[in-house]
Design a protein around this ligand. Structure first.
Ligand code: PGA
Length: 257
């Protein structure tokens, strides 16, 4: 990535309930974004709100929560990527576990990454294991997710991909806890090693790596300081402007140790 800015992504999922509420949250979010210029704030609302929000987001930028593999055509219920691009999105979340749970596999994730890259959209590739086991099988699972997702993507393009480590066991209101900085750091090192192996290089392509799963204003600082990440992907807390504002401020003021 060209920019050294920390990346804070708001994943609103299927929230809020109305465009009026979406505008209200976005207005509060962009006010904060304008205060902290060393943070890139990306808001990913439900696709139906994108068109109405596109001229109102700056200095925050918009992203989609997914991208369809086809430009347009006979695909009932889908949004062709040509129409999606009209909304001026700059980022697209790809392979979120909540989409993978509906049957999306690594092969489809790979196709979506290629569509995003071909259209100059920065993909945020989500990976994450559903549980950790003492035999470290989860590392093999993550490695496979990365290898299959990046298949046939050249090194010159992979640097434009952001990877978000989102352990499924830590996502959502039912999760007992967020991952610890040491657990995240282990995966950041692991991701870099896998990328280095894929591209057969010791100088790992300079990709941004984020963490997401139950991040809030209480744990953001520790995670940003101690785990070697370049930003956060925030779900529930991104819908609470005061808490999200705190996370953006912390990202602005925190240096990696
Ligand atoms: P959460 O969601 O912060 O609500 O756990 C994160 C995500 O799924 O991206």
């Amino acid at each position: 990535m060209k920019t050294e800015k920390k990346l804070i992504i708001a994943n609103w999922k299927a929230n809020p309930d109305s465009l009026k509420m979406a505008k209200d949250i976005l207005n509060q979010t962009k006010k904060i974004a304008s205060k902290y210029k060393n943070v890139e704030v990306v808001v990913c609302p439900p696709v139906i709100f994108l068109e109405s929000l596109k001229s109102a987001a700056r200095p925050a930028v918009l992203g989609s929560q997914d991208i369809f593999t086809e430009s347009s055509g006979a695909f009932t219920g889908s949004v062709g990527f040509t129409a999606l691009l009209e909304t001026k999105i700059r980022y697209a979340i790809i392979g979120h576990s909540e989409r993978r749970a509906t049957g999306e596999d690594n092969n489809l994730v790979n196709k979506k990454l290629k569509v995003a890259l071909a259209n100059k959209i920065t993909p945020i590739l989500c990976i994450g294991e559903s549980k950790r086991d003492a035999n470290l099988e989860y590392l093999g699972f993550l490695k496979n997710q990365i290898i299959e997702a990046l298949k046939e993507i050249p090194k010159s393009q992979v640097i434009n991909i952001v990877i978000a480590y989102e352990p499924i066991w830590a996502i959502g209101a039912k999760a007992k806890r967020s991952a610890k900085p040491s657990e995240i750091e282990e995966i950041v090192i692991f991701i870099k090693r896998v990328i280095g192996d894929i591209y057969k290089t010791k100088s790992v392509p300079p990709m941004k790596i984020l963490y997401g799963a139950s991040v809030d204003n209480k744990d953001a600082q520790g995670i940003l300081e101690e785990s070697g990440i370049d930003g956060l992907l925030v779900g529930r807390a991104s819908l609470m402007p005061k808490i999200f504002a705190e996370i953006i401020r912390i990202a602005s003021e925190t240096q990696k140790i």
